[in-house]
Unconditional design. Structure first.
Length: 313
């Protein structure tokens, strides 16, 4: 049977390596080459143009280049075919590293010691045991659950928040709307690993940050967001940093990306900012599994890692 062609519709980065690897196995069409092509059976996308996929009459599945699919779900002309997202050990490992790195960096007071170093100040700061600190992970999915394992091994206590409240070993799990405030009230360092959906948009606002635990001796609450920028309100984070609601923040994602040069978050002394790189999708790891899923679909098998459209992730 004719395999059909792959549409590679990518905005925001150069897809050359993806193109090379897909093209070694199947014919590939780049968006610019003309997308309204009945020979296209799969679309591999990152921030594709709205309504583009509606023009593909024989599309069998849409592959997200990332773990998040918010960039797909907002397309008003989304065809009714499976949307397959990235679940990949390499990406998961990178996210776990990012989370552990940022939690340890805040825990070991890296920002304060950097500030001291710049002034040649020799002064020790209070050292807290990791076991005194509760890290709360919003989103206990593929990434949140694995990040919890690394944090636990480093000695932290772990809380987690999800929709269904499924139990996770070594994690105190809180569920749904009713569990949110108790989760925040027992969390010192908040790690956000939620998907962006209508239910989670703007959830990390000033009111939410006020609910975090700020115990004497710990120096204040910390926010780490590696989920999506539109989960948070940048201005609320700045306000929380200014009035002591937050001590520090590590932000990998922002309401607007790239973060505008005018944003005060760039130069805030208690913000650590990275350009959406906590866990980058790597074509060398992801193209093989995507091709395997395409072959599985053609054999009549059900694809894995299919997005729940109603839930939006
Ligand atoms: P999953 O779909 O595996 O997990 C999502 C988790 O969020 C689940 O535990 C889910 O709950 C929970 N959740 C979703 N909506 C709600 C809600 N309304 N209330 C409470 N909990 C909710 O996603 P991943 O772990 O694979 O990825 C998470 C996100 O990380 C991605 O969507 C993406 O946006 C982001 N990401 C960022 C990267 C970066 O470089 N910065 C790289 C990769 C991903 P339940 O378990 O009940 O379903
Ligand atoms: C993703 C991302 O969703 O890189 O995978 O943001």
């Amino acid at each position: 049977m004719d395999q059909g062609r792959i549409l590679l519709a990518v905005n925001g980065f150069n897809p050359q390596r993806w193109h090379e690897l897909f093209a070694a196995e199947r014919q590939v069409v780049l968006e610019a080459d003309g997308a309204a092509d009945p020979s296209i059976t799969y679309a591999v996308v990152w921030r594709h143009k709205p309504n583009l996929l509606a023009r593909l009459p024989n599309l069998r599945a849409i592959f997200s280049i990332g773990a998040g699919v918010d960039h797909i779900m907002t397309d008003p002309g989304l065809p009714d075919v499976p949307i397959i997202r990235v679940v990949d050990p390499n990406l998961t490992q990178h996210m776990s590293e990012y989370v552990l790195w940022r939690v340890l960096d805040h825990h070991r007071q890296s920002m304060a010691y950097r500030a001291q170093q710049s002034k040649k100040v020799w002064r020790d700061l209070p050292q807290r045991p990791a076991g005194d600190i509760a890290v709360g992970i919003m989103g206990l999915g593929e990434l949140g659950r694995t990040a919890a394992v690394g944090l636990r091994a480093a000695g932290f206590r772990i809380n987690g928040w999800s929709r269904n409240g499924r139990q996770v070993d070594g994690v105190t799990v809180f569920a749904g709307d009713g569990g949110l405030i108790p989760f925040l009230n027992s969390t010192d360092i908040l790690v956000v690993l939620l998907p962006l959906t209508p239910a989670t948009t703007g959830i990390v606002d000033y009111r939410l940050l006020r609910e975090l635990r700020r115990r004497n001796g710990l120096g204040g609450a910390v926010l780490i967001n590696a989920g999506r920028g539109k989960l948070q309100k940048d201005d609320d984070i700045l306000r929380a940093l200014e009035d002591g609601t937050l001590k520090e923040a590590s932000l990998d994602v922002f309401e607007v990306e790239p973060l505008p040069k005018t944003s005060p978050l760039w130069s805030h002394p208690r913000v650590f900012a990275t350009p959406h790189v906590a866990a980058t999708s790597d074509a060398n790891h992801l193209v093989g599994p995507m091709l395997a899923q395409m072959s599985a679909i053609e054999r009549g098998e059900a694809p894995s890692n299919v997005v729940d459209r109603a839930a939006g992730y």
